[in-house]
Design a protein around this ligand. Sequence first.
Ligand code: SF4
Length: 601
Amino acid sequence: EGTCVAVLEAKARLIPSPQYRSLVGLGYRDAFAAADHVPEILALEPIGLEGFEGAMIDGLRRKGAPNLELIPEGRGYLLAEFGSNDPGTSEQRARGLIERLTRLPDPPNMRLYTKTEAKAVWRIRESGPRAAGGGPGMPPRFEGWDDASVAPDRLGPYLRELRELLDSYNYQAAYYGHFGHGCIHMQVSFDLFTEQGIRNYAEFIERAADLVVKYGGSLSGEHGDGQARGALLPKMFGPELMQAFRDFKAVWDPQNKMNPHKAAVDPYAPTENLRLGADYKPQDPPTHFAFPDDQGSFAKASLRCIGVGACRKSTEGTMCPSYMATLEEEHSTRGRARLLWEMLQSEVVQDGWKSEQVKQAMDLCLSCKACKSECPTNVDLATYRSEFLSHYYETHSRPLQAYAFGMIDRWARLASVAPRLANFANNAPGVRQILGSALHLAPERQIPRFAPQTFRQWARRRRVPDAAMAGGTSNRSRQVILWADTFNNYFHPHTSEAAYEVLTHAGFEVSVPAGHLCCGRPLYDFGMIDRAQAYLQEILRKLAGPIDAGVPIVVLEPSCASVFRDELRSLFPSDDRAERLRKQTFVLSEFLERQAPHYVP
Ligand code: SF4
């Protein structure tokens, strides 16, 4: 917690990461039964043992998440992972677990996963916690009692008593976490908006702390104590040890300057300095996006960031590229989310949608959506950014590059009439420099060259059927639409041609939209949401037949797939056809894995 020392240098003992892993999914009637089996499974020395509740799967199902059929039947789940540097050993151990549990009187439902399935299951586990509380009309949930741990062999009884306590306050929460370590995470529907709600919260965490201490556990398992636990520490350590902590801190930090009031010495109460509180009255302005996972509220979406700082990493993962390049808080997912939150409070940031400070923080966001999947609370900064920019540009004129890049599909379509001429003009001496300085292009960047023949032209010559006509009754189960996105269609048609060959070779009847259709992805980057909405409307109209007939759409460009899965839902929240399109969208690898698992190119 930084209350005694600042670590300037550390030596780490690295733990070997096994080369081969095997994952087993176990489905129980509830999370308590799953927790009761933890000691039995730990005896077989898995390298990981995670658990979660059925409410997470319900939430993911509401969101239309893929691959949920991989989760075994049940309402409480364990994922046991075995590892080894020898290819056969990890699978042998996983099978050993299944055999051992099969012999029990009340065995769980079990499934041993392939490598690809295991990846999908881990994704379900990662994205589940937020989904559990993200249903329409559900109250927001907070981490105010999270991370407590007990010994794994006491986990089942502890979770049962904790559930009784939660129920007595009418709190909703789904357990998940590292069951193998007895460390439980959860987000609870605390009412942190009213005085009575905050009093209930304070009382609940006192009683929850007593419960953990009764089971000989720890108030925090892996995330540290901080202000939320500081005042509760005497319950766990008793007066003598607390005095020892205070004496120790006095030696190292006699003036109590290092992170004061957070742990042993004069801690704040957990309800002091709440981000919300009874006086929390944010603006909740009308928005283009419906924010279906946040009860239709931009203000609620801005509460998603809980400040753990998972976006402030510089060596691994994808989130957040602008932070990795600048190492500035303002250019991290957390920094931006915080600024948007402040904007809605109108205290520190007072000029709302016109704020230059917020605009500046949004400028370096690449809208890559890495935060949407990597952030533990699924902060979707790309969507918030698009919403902000759409309002910001109501009072400011858009720069030239917004029209040049945001509407690239239109320019590319125009250029496709005479691509050689367009390439010559773009790269002619002098023109490149003028374009470069007008559009603020880095001098080392080349303007991409238009292909001599677009993918759609290629498809027309090959007499590939028009996707608008797909969905007829003959051979419907083998029909598929190959989406002709702007970049592959106009700049890299060979990629789409190759995908067409693969799909036909795998036995599918492939059709391609004959007319110009674009998902509008680049428009979101410049806040041109009205135009993007019109593009989507056009797609829903032109492809109405095949969408209604359930013809899947294979998209090569992941960012186009994310428009159909994400933005479409937020812009057309109660449109059945939009929902169908969302569910029928696949990237090529996903589609082949599901529909042609034995296909060998
Ligand atoms: S969308 Fe923006 S905030 Fe989110 S990870 Fe990408 S660059 Fe960072």
